[in-house]
Design a protein around this ligand. Structure first.
Ligand SMILES: [Zn+2]
Length: 570
């Protein structure tokens, strides 16, 4: 079914009054149509394929697509068959699959966390007061009498002349770290760390990575609901139980012995025992030139680790380029979901993952099919259905660490995660804001469609760092993560907000994220049209979009390009 006809049909489905349509065959005022140039001649973005794949992947017999379970081979076979039918070639040196070795570590028998050296011994309970886990593949974790050091936000940003670890040797010590970045409380996006917008330096993952680089024995983040953007319940639930990691040759012995969080009152008690005050130390930490503060206290805690190793798989297909086949454009979407989850009132315990992310895998295949139909582009186009996104972006992390196509020959790309079956929109947001020259491409594609770009609503939540494109971006590859705003063609902001709330409150990561014949596809088709245009323009182009000057990933890209032969080497 051709795109233009499909959009017409879908708008009808979305209840745009047929009278309005019937009367003059025109679309409601403000409807965003493909630019005339594309109309008719445009890509064949098959709504039938979108529907068929979304429905199949989210069917009960796929049991919510949990990775590394007996259902995985069935999911892989289905995606490989669809990639083949779309006309792609096996993308991993003649193979369709890229195995991703993972390790599952479950902490047990956690001791209290004790602090000595401040007069009375302090003791805090696991779960209510503190949580911790080990990235290291070791049967036992024991932090014993480790010196505590308050390191402010724990940031080392050479490009900003900021280093909270300057002048302190962290070997054998435990870092106490504040969450988010020093200017998070700002009302604007101005400031060294982009004000209220969270930078990667503000993400908990960065804090633990940097503490490990500093040689710390352990790292403890102070939880605070506003700067963290979620409550202790989220920390507690995601840090107790099984943790998943990509297997590393060194069994992650380069990481700290233990990473964890404490509740804010616990941090206040510890600092008080050191004769310090959390509020004034936080103030100091927000000022450039802050120096880390040894607390004169020692911390101890420990637990056992149950270890299970397994392997899941990314599915990789490629459409080789015509004139510059050794330059690559990436398209990614994760296939995994939660499998069997907490049953709802009806007893349904299958988290079908129709929106999250059967729609993304269907979009991946539909874009591949349209590109094959259009004929190879100048550059090669790589389509990756990633695994283990729900377990911490592990499939993309593994690809990023073990790229099949060199990252310094990878131009950029787009990641698709959870396309909402709601109406077409008048505007789009770009998660992460204007981080790279990809934004220019987006602006012209939007302008062609009489669409606008609106700011991301919750930049303080660090959305850019929470899905698979981030595994490529943090290694320098510019990646798009865009989405429709709430301002829908039919029904405006109210309709968009309503659709978003219904998904977040009733369906997200639950048994009700299911396929329905009554879905409104007009918004998803609008997304597809835009993704197609962005990807194809990159693939037919010869430019190498870079990160904006001063962006946190610019230095990484410049370094990898400087060392490259060909590819992004200028
Ligand atoms: Zn997802």
């Amino acid at each position: 079914m051709n795109y233009r006809f499909a959009l017409f049909a879908a708008l009808a489905l979305a209840g745009a009054s047929t009278a309005a349509i019937a009367k003059d065959g025109e679309f409601p005022k403000g409807t965003a149509l493909p630019p005339p140039a594309m109309a008719g001649a445009g890509p064949d973005l098959s709504l039938d394929l979108m529907k068929a794949m979304t429905k199949r992947l989210s069917a009960d017999d796929f049991e919510g697509r949990a990775p590394s379970t007996p259902i995985e081979p069935k999911v892989l076979d289905y995606i490989v068959a669809q990639f083949k039918a779309a006309g792609l070639q096996p993308g991993n040196h003649g193979q369709w699959l890229q195995p991703v070795p993972t390790v599952e570590i479950t902490g047990e028998h956690q001791t209290p966390l004790t602090v000595t050296g401040g007069g009375t011994k302090l003791s805090f309970a696991f779960g209510n007061d503190y949580v911790a886990a080990s990235y290291r593949v070791a049967p036992k974790t024991q932090v014993k009498d480790s010196d505590l050091v308050f390191v402010g936000y724990g940031i080392n940003a050479p490009e900003l002349g900021w280093n909270d670890y300057a002048g302190i040797d962290m070997k054998g010590k435990t870092a106490v770290i504040l969450v988010n970045d020093p200017d998070y409380a700002s009302k604007t996006e101005d400031g060294p760390f982009k004000g209220r917008r969270m930078t990667y330096y503000g993400r908990w993952t960065y804090k633990f990575e940097e503490a490990a680089r500093q040689g710390a024995t352990a790292a403890i983040i102070v939880h605070d609901t506003f700067p963290a953007a979620y409550g202790w319940n989220v920390v507690n639930s995601s840090w107790t139980g099984a943790q998943y990691y990509v297997q590393k040759p060194n069994d992650a012995m380069d990481q700290t012995m233990a990473n964890g969080w404490v509740q804010k009152p616990v941090a206040e008690a510890i600092l008080k025992a050191a004769g310090k005050d959390l509020a004034s130390l936080t103030k100091a930490a927000q000022t450039k030139g802050f120096k880390a503060v040894p607390l004169g206290l020692k911390v101890s805690f420990g637990f056992d680790n149950a270890i299970r190793k397994s392997t899941s798989n990314n599915v990789v297909g490629v459409l080789p380029g015509k004139t510059r086949p050794d330059e690559y454009v990436l398209y990614s979407a994760h296939w995994d979901h939660l499998g069997h989850c907490t049953p709802d009132k009806t007893g349904d315990d299958i988290c079908n993952g129709a929106v999250d992310n059967a729609t993304g895998v269907a979009a991946l295949t539909t874009l591949a099919k349209a590109n094959v139909a259009e004929g190879p582009a100048a550059r090669s186009q790589v389509f990756i259905a990633l695994t283990l996104e729900e377990s911490g972006l592990l499939g993309s992390e593994f690809y990023g660490a073990n790229p099949i196509y060199p990252l310094d020959h990878t131009v950029g790309g787009v990641n698709m995660d959870a396309l909402l079956p709601a109406g077409a929109a008048k505007s789009y947001t770009m998660t992460g804001g204007d981080k790279s020259e990809l934004a220019d491409l987006l602006h012209s594609a939007l302008a062609e469609r009489k669409l606008t770009e609106v700011p991301e609503e919750h930049s303080e939540k660090g959305g850019y760092y929470r899905s698979d494109h981030f595994s490529f971006a943090k290694r320098g590859v510019p990646m798009f993560d865009i989405g429709r705003s709430d301002d829908l063609v039919v029904g405006g902001e109210a309709a968009g907000a309503k659709a978003g709330e219904d998904y977040t409150e009733n369906r997200y990561h639950g048994p009700k994220d299911e396929y329905s014949e009554s879905w409104d596809w007009s918004g998803i088709l609008q997304d597809l049209d835009l993704y197609y245009a962005l990807g194809r323009t990159l693939a037919d182009g010869s430019t190498w979009p870079n990160w904006r000057a001063g962006d946190e990933f610019r230095a990484i890209r410049d370094k990898s390009c400087a060392a490259a032969t060909g590819g992004c080497h200028k």
